[in-house]
Design a protein around this ligand. Structure first.
Ligand code: ZN
Length: 261
């Protein structure tokens, strides 16, 4: 494993080009601001990738050199090529970490890996959000007090249609009264997944120090611990069995044959 954690920050980069209000807060794109937050720590080597690049910037080569991928998307989830979703899913199962941010709850890759609709309730009213720490001992909540607040955010509320998380690290309360599981972790295959709620495009959320801190912590936590597991479903021939065995009956499967790997 390299000395630095290699993070690829993926951004849809559509709102910033269409809406002046978003471009004002994120002049170089939200992905560049998220990347800037990660670059504040010497632990990371950060690159960015966007939807409009060939293969959405997520070539095999880029993913080979990625320990953790962060994902922000919203209005163009449907434009993400299914082949790239397959590729990212494979890499996660092999051990790459994935941090899904805000409206990425509806990203193809998130729904694919979790297997549920990932829907939620929402309201755009510039409410205050208070994020409560559920586990002060977890690596992802380090440096955060009992809670922190974001002055203005979009409300996301329960029910959040996700499979039960391995851990719920933050619960949000919104000014209007709703609550939401806003920091959740899962493991899929060999890869760790962290969903972190904040980050509506019309607010300066990714400039806020606590938010940056949590994303940094998340990237450290999600980075692979062991080696990459490339799953080829290998056949183990009789002579390689640990105990001596004799083939009995018909054998139908030919290793390497389509459908019988
Ligand atoms: Zn939003």
């Amino acid at each position: 494993m390299s000395a630095k954690i290699r993070v690829t920050v993926w951004g849809e980069y559509v709102h910033e080009k269409k809406h002046a209000a978003v471009a004002k807060i994120y002049p170089n794109g939200m992905h560049e601001t998220i990347a800037e937050g990660l670059r504040e720590s010497p632990d990371f080597e950060v690159r960015t990738a966007t939807l409009d690049q060939p293969e959405h910037g997520l070539t095999d080569k880029v993913l080979d050199q990625t320990d953790v991928l962060t994902w922000w998307g919203h209005c163009a989830h449907g434009d993400v090529n299914d082949k790239i979703v397959d590729r990212v899913q494979t890499r996660v199962l092999q051990g790459m970490g994935l941090i899904v941010l805000h409206s990425g709850h509806y990203a193809k890759i998130f729904k694919r890996l979790l297997g549920t609709t990932c829907s939620l309730t929402w309201r755009e009213a510039g409410e205050k959000e208070r994020l409560w720490v559920c586990n002060p001992g977890h690596p992802i909540t380090q440096g955060i007090d009992r809670y922190f607040e974001i002055p203005q955010e979009e409300m996301y509320g329960e029910p959040f249609a996700i499979p039960a998380p391995d851990e719920t690290l933050f619960v949000s309360w919104f000014q209007g009264g709703e609550v939401f599981r806003s920091g959740c972790t899962w493991k899929r295959g060999n890869g760790k997944i962290f969903y972190f709620r904040p980050g509506h495009e019309t607010y300066p959320t990714y400039h806020q120090k606590e938010v940056r801190r949590v994303i940094q912590n998340g990237a450290r936590w999600a980075s692979p611990e062991g080696s990459r597991w490339i799953d080829t479903c290998p056949n183990v021939p009789v002579e390689k069995a640990p105990e001596k065995i004799v083939v009995r009956g018909e054998t139908l499967h030919v290793p390497g044959e389509a459908g019988f790997r």
